[in-house]
Design a binder for this molecule. Structure first.
Ligand code: SAJ
Length: 386
């Protein structure tokens, strides 16, 4: 029997995946409203394929200012588990945690509760690796890492995941598993920062960054990612800071990369002013941001570049901008629209922040507007780029 604690973006798909592969699963969450919604037969966020699995069958907070992960939810979940778990239970932590968290917080907590790790309770860390927008596919097909204190426990946990995971499952120690997860996201963050820096260099000297990246990527050992209006989500824009926080005098490249990515929303705001001047536009209220989510075709707005831009230092100006996102039904910012045509009717300039399928498929609606395409998806003449 498996108890999945935390039924959010990762916990719910994981619980459903296990349940639909013959594992006996119960789910637990401290949020009673969420539990009530699930018990009423409704899912709590949009993800391709999720509802289908649901019919069949904890976030890790971090401090925005110190950039450090706050293990309070994981610690409190483990505390609650201590009250009820039977002797010999295996506690698998999937949440993304700063490397060393299990040694620093979880082992002492277990000892404080009078349990002996390795005898009364076993620990494992199986960091999730699935990408929002393709979660149900990646849960089955991605390779996975299991960190455990012994090969025996590692193999037991591996067998559980192998019930639905068709990728390779590597068993290693807990510290290595913690570190690999953060390093994977850091690799991507640094690569995106490199693309963003190239975009700035190319903008400065009038070169086409997309064409340059396209050609460079034809080299067999080069694979540059794409520049964009910033990096959002709860992973790539957060996890690398754990390394900067823990190794400030060593993690120099990572620190600079994160600052580069964090500076992109401001860079976009400056591009908006530049283009407005060039086109003779003077009223920011006639400029619209397309997209509020952190990336395309998801409804997740955590750390989204559009929200970062709206919350930037130039807030009083940013508040005049109009905003629309087909995935966001509630009102979350000022001047928000819920209909594409109504949004377009009220603006002269559109800034494509997110490449949702909707705008890719209906780009003819942008004819006649000034367009700043931060995602390089609008194939109309005279489109501006970052
Ligand atoms: N982005 C760019 N340029 C790119 C690719 C992405 O600017 O070329 C931006 C996106 O627009 C978005 C942000 O980066 O704002 C992050 O998006 P993403 O699609 O790269 O990644 P996430 O945050 O949705 O998911 C990542 C994945 N990690 C890796 O690919 C190494 C996923 O596998 C992890 O499970 C997830 O983080 C996580 O939960 O840690």
């Amino acid at each position: 029997m498996v108890n999945v604690i935390g039924l959010g973006y990762i916990g719910l798909p994981t619980a459903l995946m296990m349940a639909s592969h013959g594992v006996e699963v119960v789910g637990t969450d401290y949020n009673s409203a969420l539990v009530a919604t699930l018990n009423a037969g409704k899912t709590t966020f949009k993800e391709e394929g999720l509802d289908g699995f649901f019919r069949k069958a904890v976030p890790t907070p971090y401090d925005k200012f110190s950039k450090k992960v706050d293990p309070c939810y994981v610690v409190s979940a483990v505390s609650s588990v201590m009250q009820v778990c039977p002797k010999g239970a295996i506690l698998v932590i999937e949440s993304t945690i700063s490397p060393g968290t299990i040694d620093k917080y979880i082992r002492p907590l277990i000892a404080e509760n009078g349990f002996t790790v390795g005898e009364d309770i076993h620990l494992a860390h199986a960091p999730e690796r699935i990408i929002p927008g393709n979660m149900m596919y990646e849960l089955v097909h991605n390779n996975r890492t299991i960190g455990a204190d012994s090969v025996e426990i590692g193999e037991k946990v591996k067998a559980l995941y192998a019930s639905f995971c068709e990728g390779s499952i590597v068993v290693t120690d807990i510290r290595t598993a913690e570190m690999t997860k953060v390093v994977e996201n850091t690799f991507r963050a640094v690569n995106i920062a490199f693309a963003n820096e190239l975009a700035k260099i190319c903008r400065y000297d009038g070169m086409d960054v997309y064409e340059i990246i396209r050609i460079c990527n034809m080299h067999p050992r080069v694979n540059i990612l794409q520049p964009g209006p910033g990096v959002g989500g709860h992973c790539i824009s957060v996890d690398p800071w754990f390394l900067v926080g823990d190794y400030p005098s060593l993690a120099k490249v990572i620190d600079e990369a994160m600052k580069t990515n964090d500076g992109m929303p401001d860079f976009v705001l400056n591009r908006i002013y530049e283009i407005m001047r060039e086109c003779g536009l003077t009223d920011l209220r006639r400029v619209g941001l397309y997209g509020l989510t952190y990336k395309e075709n998801v409804d997740d707005m955590r750390e989204s570049p559009t929200l970062q831009l709206l919350e930037s230092q130039a807030r009083h100006l940013a508040e005049r901008l109009k905003v629309y996102d087909p995935f966001v039904q509630r009102d979350v910012v000022a001047n928000q629209y819920h209909d594409l045509d109504a949004f377009l009717a009220d603006v002269d300039m559109v800034v494509v922040m997110v490449k949702h399928n909707e705008i890719r498929e209906q780009q003819d609606k942008l004819v006649g507007k000034v367009v700043l395409d931060c995602q390089n998806v609008i194939k109309l003449p005279n489109v501006y780029h970052i």
